[in-house]
Each structure stands twice: as structure tokens, then as C-alpha cells.
Design a protein around this ligand. Structure first.
Ligand code: FES
Length: 98
């Protein structure tokens, strides 16, 4: 699958979309794909999560293909764009303050 991540910084010095080819695995979520990218391709990608699939912490909330959702439960499809929530202050990349 192709994971496209909106890369942003608070000071505006970073504003681009990075694309990564991520090996698919059964049941893989968007959060799984983000963590794969951070571990194997780019350790600077901003990712936040806590409970991971328990849908309890809400820390993984982001915009995925235009929809506000929890990255830990949404399946990773062939092409995904992860962006920050539009109405929350930016932390970094697709991570916003809760
Ligand atoms: S990681 Fe806790 S709800 Fe997604």
C-alpha cells in the first residue's frame, strides 16, 4: 500500500506530503502503517497513540482520506492520505493537540 503523510511543522518551515510504499499485512491499520514507516523509513514521522485498537485513548485521531477517524482502527487500503485534524492546534505532521 502507499501511505501519504502530510508533513507539517508549527513554524511553517515544513509543508509537504511524503509518500511511502508499505508492505501490506492482514488486518493492517493506518496506525500500523505509520509505525512501520517510522521504524523502517523515517524516524522523524510524527505518530501518537496509546491504547492501540482499544479505541479508548483517542490519541491517534487524524484525518484519513478526508475523514476524521482513529488511525488505530481504520484499515490500511491501497492508497491512504493522513493529515492533521483541521480544527485542532498542530503538534507535528498529522498529530494535533487533543
Ligand atoms: S490508539 Fe487509542 S484510540 Fe487509537
Amino acid at each position: 500500500m502507499r501511505l501519504n503523510i502530510q508533513r507539517l511543522s508549527q513554524d511553517g518551515s515544513v509543508d509537504r506530503v511524503d509518500s511511502f510504499e508499505v508492505p501490506e499485512s492482514e488486518g493492517m491499520t493506518v496506525l500500523d502503517a505509520l509505525l512501520w514507516v517510522r521504524e523502517f523509513k523515517d524516524p522523524t514521522v510524527g505518530v501518537r497513540y496509546s491504547c492501540r485498537r482499544a479505541n479508548a485513548c483517542k490519541e491517534c485521531l487524524a484525518t484519513v482520506n478526508g475523514q476524521r477517524t482513529y488511525t488505530c482502527i481504520v484499515p490500511a487500503t491501497d492508497e491512504v492520505l493522513v493529515e492533521p485534524l483541521s480544527h485542532k492546534p498542530l503538534v507535528r505532521d498529522a498529530v494535533t493537540r487533543l
